[in-house]
Ligand binder design. Sequence first.
Ligand SMILES: Nc1ncnc2c1ncn2[C@@H]1O[C@H](COP(=O)(O)OP(=O)(O)OP(=O)(O)O)[C@@H](O)[C@H]1O
Ligand SMILES: [Mg+2]
Length: 248
Amino acid sequence: MKSTPVIQLNQVTKTYENGIIAVHPTSLSFQEGTFNAILGPSGAGKSTLLRMINGLETPTVGEVIVQGKTLTAKNIRQIRSRTAMIFQQFHLVSRLNVMTNVLTGRLYYRPWWTSMFYLFGKGDWKIAQWTLQRVGLIEKAWERVDQLSGGQQQRVGVARALAQCPQVILADEPVASLDPVASQEIMELLREICRQDGITIVANLHQVSLAIEYADRVIGLNRGRVVFDDSPQALVDDTLRTIYSATP
Ligand SMILES: Nc1ncnc2c1ncn2[C@@H]1O[C@H](COP(=O)(O)OP(=O)(O)OP(=O)(O)O)[C@@H](O)[C@H]1O
Ligand SMILES: [Mg+2]
């Protein structure tokens, strides 16, 4: 029996105010505990697609269903709490230490005013400690994040995402700013999280080789349309040409 998808996009489109159609009518669903890579040339609509999944962009038409609920202005905060995001530029607070950055992943679960004072409960600290152990950075807990290497900073990004206890992790080019070794380490970590915790991962990637090595499924986008959706083994030269072609 096929389980309910964790994420569903139903005939979703996105036209920006400047008239650019970033995503043409697209329907996609993502199953629990799967590692999904999105490939495509610059401007294909990868980030727009990902950002519509957690409401950072609102679809012009169509609906996004996350964890069985249609995304609306009312439930967006609740849905976002279980849909963590990892960014290319890490998006950490550089003047704060590693632990505090990870604890910000817990803010969805606390009253808004506690965040002004960085007030966290015992449970939050336990979770943050556990996630730092998980990404191998517990020794760095009290260091400022701007003193860490890029690879370490992205591991803080992963720990912060994990601290949300998410069902879904959306990663927008999570390794584009890292060297090859650090890139492999982050991809390994994401795969481990996907396999061990059953967290669904959707990652925009620019490196085809990483998609082939780590993803269960690859979605190829070109000019706002899905032009490939299959296992990485099906990515042959012809399909790659279609995904990256200038005139589809
Ligand atoms: N906020 C915005 N306002 C207007 N147009 C936008 C906005 N964000 C993206 N676009 C346009 O929408 C299209 C898709 O952009 P998007 O950032 O989703 O592509 P991408 O596949 O993530 O590209 P890249 O690989 O360079 O990150 C592009 O033509 C882009 O210029
Ligand atoms: Mg992008």
